[in-house]
Design a protein around this ligand. Structure first.
Ligand code: FE
Length: 165
């Protein structure tokens, strides 16, 4: 017998992708990585962290790092690096800029996400419609941001799924 409630009661864990060479531990706790005068287009990403039973995960750790609009990472400091925790509803919001291209890579934002006491998932978020997606060997078509607003600042949405802890 088909139990309808089971049709949407589980989800696959967000695919893992390479950390790459530019991760730095110890990022500051900050959901806003954007600074006045920063080059590039401001980007606001909102979403939720769920477990594989589709339950929102409160207090999940999210650590974001990315290149600036010119494709450069800050390897001496923590510009465009920061961690945050989901709220009681499992929600997060990241304010940043659209990352630039650097050789071999399409636009991407690196992320680590972890439920409290759970397994760390390392992945990358991508932007739909970027020409270089097709020539980037790391690009994963299942990880595009859903763009929700393009006039002025860019707004996008993404939900993570982590292993149940
Ligand atoms: Fe990168």
């Amino acid at each position: 017998m088909i139990q309808a409630g089971h049709l949407a009661s589980s989800a696959s864990v967000t695919p893992s992708l390479t950390e790459g060479p530019y991760y730095k531990s110890g990022s500051p706790e900050q959901a806003n990585l954007y600074q006045d005068g920063m080059a590039g287009t401001k980007l606001i990403v909102t979403g939720y962290v769920y477990d594989t039973s589709c339950q929102p995960v409160a207090n999940a750790w999210l650590d974001f790092w990315q290149a600036d609009a010119n494709g450069n990472y800050d390897n001496s400091g923590y510009t465009l690096r920061g961690h945050q925790y989901t709220d009681a509803n499992g929600r997060f919001q990241l304010t940043t800029v659209i990352p630039g291209l650097y050789p071999g890579r399409t636009e991407h934002i690196h992320v680590k996400v972890q439920a409290p006491d759970g397994q760390v998932i390392t992945s990358q978020l991508f932007f739909p419609g970027v020409t270089q997606n097709d020539s980037d060997g790391i690009y994963n078509a299942s990880l595009p941001l859903a763009i929700t607003k393009t006039s002025g600042d860019l707004e996008a949405q993404y939900n993570f799924v982590v292993p149940a802890s």
